[in-house]
Design a protein around this ligand. Structure first.
Ligand SMILES: C[S@@+](CC[C@H](N)C(=O)[O-])C[C@H]1O[C@@H](n2cnc3c(N)ncnc32)[C@H](O)[C@@H]1O
Length: 334
């Protein structure tokens, strides 16, 4: 389906990373502005999404210079709410406070709708923050909804539970309805089983990969440790874990670059390649991370992202509901 630019809702994207969530919005919306702190993921954003991204600290960015967009999307960094991360919450954690910056930008520009993605722990250990956020958005004039969604329910070969908050400006007259889970269940085999052998790229050797970002250069942990795990599966306790072929992957993390041993290929004796990690995030192969992005950042932007199919389900359902509200208003029912 081809969507004409003038009919598209305009989107501004915050904490955009390498743009995995933006990729899901890109076809059906027009992304006019984005922001990201670090240059490395932004290089991938520019390559795959567009050059409209501004690199810099959003806290230093005056709200009145951010353009109006019909829809704002953003996943403020989650380390301060993550049980896997620092878990300091909004009071102590600097990154935790970024959700309030996002809130203040929404307060200033009042988009028709906004989406806020975060770790599920925000709805568990940091409920106070969640409820204060929801109350503040309601006071700003939004109909609020939130849901814990598992990407595995949307055709992604990964169990990845995330909190999705959606606000719809009250004058549009509806509450957002979250997308129904898809009927398709994907396994690790379904999404990476067809890939050719990864090309070896090290200081001493360069093989041209047959599929972009499908290279391996792993020398750590040592082959001895790796074989210890392979020969004694019980030793997987020692921080090493092979992915299952016929099940979903556990949640990929932003520190997969460092903790690659927790994400060993189901049969090959190495960690996942970036392409395999992208596939486990359901990202299409048309998304290519340029070689100018350091390998550790390639893994990080992948583990930080919103799985494409989950993003797509959210983007599509939101667009249909906004169009519906616009049509109802045009025929004068509201
Ligand atoms: C969870 S990731 C978002 C990933 C993105 N939604 C995607 O799907 O690819 C959060 C991003 O916020 C960025 N970030 C952290 N602090 C920031 C700040 N002060 N200003 C702007 N971006 C920031 C991080 O560099 C990181 O890329």
């Amino acid at each position: 389906m081809v969507y004409r630019e003038q009919n598209k809702f305009k989107v501004c994207s915050f904490f955009a990373g390498g743009g995995l969530l933006d990729l899901a919005f890109k076809e059906e919306y027009q992304i006019i502005w984005a922001n990201e702190l670090h240059e490395q993921p932004a290089l991938s954003y520019m390559h795959n999404i567009g050059r409209h991204i501004k690199v810099g600290d959003i806290l230093q960015h005056p709200n009145h210079l951010i353009p109006y967009g019909d829809v704002y999307i953003g996943g403020p960094p989650c380390v301060d709410y993550s049980s896997d991360g620092k878990n300091r919450g909004e009071e102590e954690g600097l990154t935790g406070r970024l959700v309030w910056k996002y809130q203040s930008i929404i307060a200033q520009n009042k988009p028709m709708a906004f989406l806020l993605e975060n770790v599920s722990n925000l709805a568990r250990q940091h409920k106070d923050t969640l409820y204060r956020l929801l109350t503040s958005f309601t006071d700003l004039g939004y109909n609020m909804g939130f849901r814990l969604l598992n990407a595995a329910d949307y055709g992604v070969a990964q169990s990845r539970e995330r909190l999705i908050i959606v606000g719809i400006r009250k004058d549009l007259g509806f509450f957002y309805e979250f997308p129904e889970p898809s009927q398709i269940r994907a396994t690790v085999r379904d999404v990476i089983g067809d890939l050719p052998e990864a090309a070896t790229v090290t200081k001493f050797m360069y093989e041209e990969p047959l599929v972009a970002n499908h290279t391996t250069n792993w020398e750590s942990p040592s082959p001895e440790r790796l074989y210890d795990v392979i020969l004694n599966p019980r030793n997987q306790r020692r921080g090493m874990r092979r992915l299952p072929w016929d099940d979903v992957s556990p949640t990929l993390t932003a520190h997969i670059a460092k903790d690659g041993r927790e994400f060993l290929h189901p049969t090959a004796d190495r960690r996942l390649t970036v392409r395999e990690a992208l596939r486990i995030m359901s990202v299409p192969d048309s998304y290519v991370i340029p070689g100018t992005v350091k390998l550790s950042h390639q893994y990080r932007l992948t583990g930080n992202g919103v799985p494409y199919l989950l993003g797509k389900a959210l983007a599509r359902s939101l667009r249909l509901q906004l169009l519906n509200a616009r049509d109802i208003r045009m025929v004068g029912i509201i």
